[in-house]
Design a protein around this ligand. Structure first.
Ligand code: BES
Ligand code: ZN
Length: 631
């Protein structure tokens, strides 16, 4: 697969460039029928037949934990006499054409990619309707019982599509390079509300039926649905927040800056192309910090810190409205085009709102994460995962989606900025988002564009090849500096030198300074020292998830068992993988810790989404013969 796509590239590149040249005006209608590159993570063959529009009509059975209904597609059929969809764990009941005539279909073998659904296309068929229902362990879906929600009164459902999970709840051509518009009719129990990555309701309907419309073409991984006892609160003309009743007040306060973020983002890189920007706060088992579902970011409640200190995450998901949702990585091997650009953009929004010092600390923390990740990857089975251009074919793409794409990607863009100056770099990015709006982007195509539009005109010579094709962080990466972290380092040195924790100057510290402090603690500390820190700063009872998680990691490393009850409670409520992995990993380094990890995981596993379960089962060599959790 990999070598094939490389041979085909020059031809594809030429066609894509020619195509882009014609379509760079934002007022022209959006075409979705460009030539597609090969995607090793989809069975679809879009150059033969491709979907243009999805009309989804489904019923959500919260008791049976099943979605069933029909997915009807408008298709463009170029060659051959079949169309191929991706499915994973779906039961396909019936496939018909636009007039209700049965179409012949078959399901392929089950692989890492799920099962290919092949539908025969008689001449002239332009519409295909698939009646289906989801399987018991649909990977995209997390069904929550009332006690797993904030309000504890009603069940909850949310979906997670990225990277290749949408196929487990909708039969679809599930490649980031295939875009289509969608409409949906979703029926839920009367007492619940449904929201999607589309036009959304602000109130419950009397009959539990909700209609949605997404008129901008998006890839399948950005289709998203959430169902629960939700309420909505406006934050401005174009923005608002959805959450459960007991959370809405705190959420609205925490996210008050969203309209300012939106304005700052537009001032940087051009108009917001998705109409509204809303956020939904999900229950704590949501496996990510945030997910950039268009028009409606899905967010973890762990960013509600009570002091707005963790809202850079919203800036990140908002930035994806340009980098990722507007210009989309063509395959998961090009993931850095989504995340690296977004981390860079997030930094710029944060700087505009909160100043250079804030953005500087954010950048430093990111660089620390990258250093750790690079060390881990260098020792792993896949040392090549530290390249920007990935080769994930034949693997679960989720395994190779690391901080490299995020932080090395952003570091590359910061270097470009440093080389040509901010003004030129901003103009370059603004033009990039407009020129390639609603299209997919490969690493090759980007590099050609970069050369022609930034490097050559400015006579910049750069080790681009080293950055993109080689592992590790090149030596010419810009070095983030943070005065405020230097001050933290000084206080830490005083503590190590004997000054009591209580006497350190920490009054003005923000969450970021505390995170830095906790990360930089000595590698081994006595129980008395740990107790002293906790007494002075109250880490164990912190309501800030970032601070708490960093502290709990230190507690495990130093076997500070006074915090183990809190650890148990945290791991049994929070499902965000970014917190789970370091904590469970730290536990696996000792026999006592390993036993504790197994025992906590046994009770917590049913509360986690499949994305987190997948990673943790591997880490903990979980071999229980019980079925996959769901949930
Ligand atoms: N798109 C990602 C989440 C994602 C990545 C889902 C890969 C599935 C596969 C999202 O934008 C993201 O990066 N979230 C981060 C937060 C961010 C501030 C770095 C997260 O969830 O921690
Ligand atoms: Zn992201």
């Amino acid at each position: 697969m990999a070598s094939l796509s490389r041979i085909a590239l020059p031809i594809v590149l030429f066609a894509l460039t020619a195509c882009a040249e014609e379509k760079n005006s934002s007022t022209e209608p959006i075409s979705t029928t460009e030539l597609h590159v090969m995607d090793g993570h989809s069975n679809a063959r879009p150059n033969e037949a491709v979907i243009e529009h999805l009309d989804l009509d489904v019923t959500i059975d919260m008791d049976a934990k099943r979605i069933s209904g029909t997915a009807t597609y408008d298709i463009v059929h170029t060659t051959g006499n079949t169309i191929i969809f991706d499915t994973d764990g779906l039961s396909i009941d019936r496939v018909t054409d636009g007039s209700g005539n049965e179409l012949v279909f078959s399901l392929g073998d089950s692989t890492l990619l799920g099962r290919a659904l092949k539908v025969e296309l008689p001449d002239g068929v332009q519409r295909v309707s698939i009646a289906y229902s989801t399987g018991k362990y649909a990977k995209a879906l997390q069904w929550l019982d009332p006690q797993q929600t904030a309000d504890k009164a009603h069940p909850f459902l949310f979906t997670q599509g990225e990277a290749i999970l949408t196929r487990s709840w909708i039969p679809v051509q599930d490649s980031p390079g295939i875009r289509f518009t969608y409409s949906a009719k979703v029926k839920v129990p009367q007492e619940l509300m449904a929201v999607m990555s589309a036009s959304n309701p602000k109130e419950r309907t009397p009959d539990g039926v909700y209609m949605f419309q997404m008129d901008q073409p998006i890839p399948a991984y950005l289709i998203a649905l959430s169902v629960g006892d939700l309420v909505f609160r406006d934050l401005g003309e174009r923005s608002g927040v959805y959450a459960e009743r007991s959370v809405i007040e705190r959420a609205a306060w925490e996210f008050e800056d969203i309209p300012k973020m939106l304005a700052a983002a537009e001032a940087l890189y051009g108009p917001y192309r998705w109409d509204r920007y809303d956020v939904i706060v999900l229950p704590p088992s949501f496996p990510f910090g945030g997910m950039e579902n268009p028009r409606l970011t899905f967010a973890t409640p762990t960013i509600i810190a009570g002091d707005r200190s963790l809202t850079a995450l919203i800036a990140h998901e908002l930035a994806h409205s340009w980098s990722g949702n507007l210009v989309t990585n063509a395959t998961w091997n090009d993931f850095w085009l989504n995340e690296g650009f977004t981390v860079y953009f997030e930094g710029r929004i944060s700087e505009a709102l909160y100043g250079e010092e804030y953005a500087g600390m954010l950048e430093q923390l990111g660089r620390q994460d990258l250093a750790q990740t690079l060390e881990k990857i260098a020792k792993s089975k896949h040392p090549e995962d530290s390249k920007l251009r990935l080769d994930l074919d034949g693997r679960d793409p989720d395994d190779g989606m690391t901080d490299v794409a995020y932080e090395k990607g952003a570091a590359f863009l910061r270097l470009l900025e440093a080389k040509v100056g901010r003004e030129k770099f901003d103009a370059f990015l603004r033009d990039y988002f407009e020129r390639f709006a609603f299209q997919s982007m490969t690493t090759d195509r980007f590099l050609v564009h970069l050369d022609e539009h930034l490097l050559e005109p400015n006579q910049v010579e750069l080790n681009v090849e080293e950055w993109v094709e080689r592992p590790g962080l090149p030596a010419n990466a810009t070095i983030p500096v943070s005065d405020r972290f230097n001050k933290v380092d000084k206080e830490l040195a005083r503590w190590e030198g004997g000054t009591p924790a209580m006497e350190l100057s920490t009054k003005e510290w923000s969450t970021f300074e505390w995170m830095h402090f906790l990360r930089k603690l000595p590698s081994s500390m006595s129980d008395a020292r740990m107790t002293e820190l906790d007494k002075a700063f109250g880490f164990t009872k912190s309501g800030n998830a970032e601070v708490l998680a960093a502290w709990l990691e230190q507690c495990i490393k130093n076997d500070h068992d006074a915090a183990y009850l809190r650890l148990d409670e945290f791991l049994n409520t929070v499902g965000r993988r970014k917190f789970l992995m370091p904590l469970y990993t730290a536990m696996t380094t000792t026999e006592k810790g390993r036993l504790m990890a197994q025992s906590i995981y046994r009770s917590a596993r049913p509360n986690y989404h499949s994305v987190s379960v997948n990673s943790l089962d591997e880490l903990l060599a979980w071999k229980d013969n019980h079925p996959p959790v769901n949930f």
